[in-house]
Design a protein around this ligand. Sequence first.
Ligand code: PEP
Ligand code: MN
Length: 282
Amino acid sequence: MSDLKLVSRQHSDHNSIIKVGSETIGGEELCLIAGPCAVESEQQLDEIAKGISDLGIKFMRGGAYKPRTSPYAFQGLKKEGLRMLSDVSKKYGVKIVTEVLDTSLIEEVYPYADILQVGSRNAKNYSFLKELGKIDKPILLKRGMSSTINEWLLAAEYILLEGNENVILCERGIRTFDTSVRNTMDIAAIPLVKELSHLPIIADPSQGTGKRSLVTPLSLAAIAAGADGLMIEVHNKPEEALSDGFQSMYLDSMKEMVEALRKQAIVSKRTLNLEQIISEVI
Ligand code: PEP
Ligand code: MN
C-alpha cells in the first residue's frame, strides 16, 4: 500500500523515545510545550516563560521566524527573537522549540533550538526535509494542512532516511469543507499513527482549532486518543498578540488546563511530571 519503511511499526515494534537533554518524548511521561505563537519582545517572552515554568512546563515554544500567509503580516523578530529565546532558556531552564523556515536557516536556528519545528507549510518541502535528516537534533514535524496520513509519514521517512531518527510528529489540524473552525483537528490520526508508526506523536490544538475555548477540550481528547504530548499557544496579552491571539490561552487559565490534563494523564496511564503544580493545588 505504501512505502513506509523506517517510520513503520514493522521496522521497530517498540515506541521510539526521543531524548531532549534530561527530558524524553514518547515514553510514559507526557510532554507539554507551551509559549507564544511568535516571539514579540523581551518582556512578552519573559512573562510567558515565567508563567509556564512556574507551572512546571519544561518546553517553551516561540517563533522567531514566522511563516505567514500574507507577506505584509509580522514575519518574526528573526535573529533578535532567537537571542531572546536563548535568554529565557538560560533564566528559566526551559527547553526551546522554534521553527526553522528553510534550508538556509538551519545553521542559524540550530544552536538556539532544542527541537527544530517544521511547519505545516513545509511538510512537503522534500529537499528541506532531507537536510533536516542530516542534523543531530530532534525535529517536530507538523502535518501538512492538506497532507494525508500516509504523505505525512512519508515526510518523516525522508528525515529518517538521511539518518536523523529523532522525529516527533505533530497533528495540527487539516483543511476541510467546514470553515467554522480554522482547521479540523484529526483526532483519529493519533491512534492511527500509533498503529502505523513507532514515532511519538503530539497534538497542537491551538492551530488545530484556531479558537481558545476549544483548546482544552481538544487537548484532553488528544491525550485520551493516545498522544504523547501537546503544543499549546499561550500569551501574556492575547488580545495584543501579533499573531494567533484568538487561539492563544491566557496565562491565568493555563493552570486550570494543566490540572485537567493531570487528571486525564492518570486515566490514560501516563505521567505528567509537574511537581510545582501538584504541590500548589494540594
Ligand atoms: C505555529 O506553530 O505557530 C505554526 C505556524 O504552525 P503550523 O505550521 O502548524 O501552521
Ligand atoms: Mn501560531
